[in-house]
Design a protein around this ligand. Structure first.
Ligand code: HEC
Length: 234
């Protein structure tokens, strides 16, 4: 067990009927603030390879097999401890990032493994370009991006139009609270990794691996005028 780990409270297995997520927030806060875990819970925090990462494994009593694993890199490891409202916002940010597909492009190996990438390696960007009529674009290292803008700046920065295939319009349409939560979660992971290459113009030589992202064999109709359905044949 590493020295950082000894400083944390002992690992706990929570055998409580209450909601796992609520417990997680409370636990993370308790650990982050240096308070002992609740008396009715056995808590286990074991260190991962990343020095400041801690992992809290939570299992509802009869279903240990379905244990939810919550990694809390940064939230636990970096001072100052977040305020209560901030911790809830970070938890929501994690949820939003995981369900809205950011890891598909911004995290290496995420889609290939069905999301089995350690949280400490999330959103580091990929040096594999997407090549299309726009040139070549690289999914940015968002862990570094959020370090370079304040939360207020992020609300504008996140909504800027980007090159395909970045779904920038999803961020444009996100409300401020959700954007803030994403920012807080990504920041809580800490800075890590390298910046990704700048985008390339359409005919530039490409020195990195890339994915050809050009539609093939499309029917010769405008996407704005979908083919009319014909007589019930679909
Ligand atoms: C289909 C792939 C894809 C998905 C999914 C995706 N991105 Fe991106 N993202 C990119 C690419 C490619 C770029 C670079 C675009 C450019 O150069 O203009 C980018 C750029 C960005 C940038 C600009 C970063 C900077 O430092 O310039 C932000 C912010 C961002 N993405 C956030 C997100 C978030 C948040 C999500 C999840 C909701 C997400 N992206 C989902 C591909 C993707």
């Amino acid at each position: 067990m590493s020295p950082e780990c000894k400083a944390l409270p002992e690992v706990s297995r929570i055998a409580s009927a209450a909601g796992a997520l609520a417990i997680t927030s409370v636990l993370l806060l308790a650990v982050g603030l240096g308070f002992p875990p609740p008396a009715d819970a056995e808590t286990t925090a074991r260190s991962t390879t990343a020095p400041q990462a801690a992992r809290v494994v939570i299992a509802t009593a009869p279903q240990a097999a379905k244990a939810a694993t919550v990694e809390a890199a940064g939230v636990i490891g970096t001072a100052p401890a977040p305020a209560l409202a901030d911790a809830a916002s970070v938890t929501r940010g994690r949820y939003l990032v995981s369900i809205s597909g950011c890891n598909d492009c911004h995290t290496a190996g995420y889609s290939e493994t069905g999301g089995r990438v350690a949280q400490s390696d999330w959103l580091l960007g990929q040096p594999v370009g997407f090549r299309g009529p726009w040139g070549v674009s690289y999914p940015a290292n968002l862990r570094l991006t959020v370090q370079s803008v304040t939360e207020a700046e992020w609300l504008k920065f996140a909504r800027v139009e980007r090159l395909p295939p970045m779904p920038w319009f999803a961020l444009r349409d996100m409300n401020d609270d959700d954007l803030r939560s994403m920012y807080r979660f990504i920041r809580s992971l800490g800075a890590k990794g390298e910046r990704m290459p700048a985008p390339l113009a359409p005919n530039a030589n490409v020195g990195t691996p890339y994915i050809q992202f050009t539609p093939q064999n499309l029917p010769a109709v405008s996407q704005a005028a979908p083919v009319a359905k014909q007589g019930g044949r679909g």
